[in-house]
Design a binder for this molecule. Structure first.
Ligand code: FAD
Length: 334
């Protein structure tokens, strides 16, 4: 393990939109900063389905006004990814990819933090954790969930043409996956809880209208069936047993299953160093000052998807606001 002699002003953990925005703001403030990223630049976006059009508008996604120029109104995964990568290259942001932060320790209050990664150990006056909310997919915990044909992430429909595909989940990711599969010729079933199917309220995570409309078209064309279910009871090599919400048992022939029921963040870095978290519905969020995003551990900040600021726009906006405050604080401490 290499120990860096350098004393960083700010160590940023994660190079998603929040981490990139923080790096950009830190560079503008003249801070000595470093980003460590366990995967690739904008790794979450890299894992979006191939060719997917994002639902946000350009001004909500771009890191510099006018820099993201999609062919159509909204960018695809590829255009967005390229924008983030080009931004890092043009601004020469300091990012170590494929380096995971494994531990944050607080030194004496006035001496900041020691951060261990899979490659080195760094000293930093302040730490900003921007690890996103995608670390662990929720599981159904049913028999057969670990079979090779069961996936917790959807990437592309092509391998499943003319195959029996089941998608389980009530959010946009599940609805989109079912739509892509049906459109590309997989015999597709979307298993969804009645409450999720009946929900039309965009504020309560209803399936977006521009996904729902083509989805309903596919249902009308008999290319996609919806099953309102209470339980997936068992997944086996050739079929899936589903308990429908009318009580009946459905045995679906099946080649592939996508369980797309959401993700939760890995908060272990925060827990180790003593950051308080609270349960909120199914998820857990850190406790932080809503103005500064500083946690109960002085000098340790959070931003992005695992806070209350979930989508890309706030993930970019919050660091723009808080990094200048961190810089001000550091200057005042000298
Ligand atoms: C399929 C899909 C479609 C979506 N579409 C949209 C959309 O259209 N519009 C929108 O606004 N939002 C969308 N979202 C949500 C959006 O991706 C997130 O809001 C956004 O990525 C949040 O940015 P972030 O920087 O907080 O987190 P992330 O982008 O998740 O970045 C966190 C980064 O931290 C890294 N990391 C994690 N742990 C460590 C560690 N210990 N050490 C080092 N690095 C670490 C991760 O590898 C990751 O790169 C979508 C999400 C999915 C899954």
């Amino acid at each position: 393990m290499r120990t860096s002699e350098e004393q960083l002003d700010l160590l940023i953990i994660g190079a998603g939109p929040a981490g990139l925005s923080a790096a950009d703001a830190a560079a503008r403030e003249g801070l000595n900063y470093l980003v460590v990223e366990k995967g690739l630049i904008a790794d979450t976006i890299y894992h979006y389905p191939i060719g997917r059009t994002v639902f946000s508008t350009v001004n909500e996604l771009e890191l510099r006004e006018g820099a993201l120029k999609p062919c159509r109104e909204k960018p695809t995964r590829e255009e967005l990814l390229s924008h983030y990568v080009q931004f890092v290259l043009q601004e020469n942001l300091r990012i170590n990819t494929e380096e995971e932060a494994t531990r944050i320790e607080r030194c004496q209050p006035e001496h900041g933090f020691l951060v261990q990664t899979t490659r080195a150990e760094y000293r930093a006056a302040r730490v900003l954790v921007a690890v996103g909310g995608m670390a662990y997919p929720y599981r159904l915990n049913v028999l057969g969930e670990d079979l090779a044909k069961v996936h917790h992430q959807f990437t592309e429909p092509h391998p499943y043409v003319r195959k029996d595909a089941l998608v389980v989940g009530g959010g946009n990711s599940a609805a989109e996956a079912a739509l892509f599969l049906a459109e590309e010729g997989a015999r597709t079933t979307l298993a969804i809880w009645r409450l999720d199917w009946d929900n039309r309220d965009p504020k309560k995570n209803a399936i977006k209208q521009w996904v729902r409309t083509p989805l309903e078209e596919q249902i009308g064309l008999d290319r996609l069936q919806i099953v309102l279910f209470t339980n997936v009871e068992e997944i086996s090599e050739r079929e899936v047993k589903i308990r429908k919400d009318d009580g009946g048992l459905l045995r679906l022939p099946n080649d592939v299953v996508f369980l797309l029921i959401g993700h939760r963040p890995n908060l272990s870095l925060l827990h180790q160093v003593g950051v308080e978290t609270i349960k909120e519905g199914l998820s857990e969020v850190p406790v932080y000052d809503p103005e500064t995003f500083e946690t109960n551990v002085p000098g340790l900040y959070v931003a992005g998807h695992f806070t209350h600021a979930r989508h890309i726009k706030p993930a970019i906006d919050v660091p723009r606001r808080i990094v200048p405050l961190i810089a001000q604080d550091l200057r005042a401490a000298v």
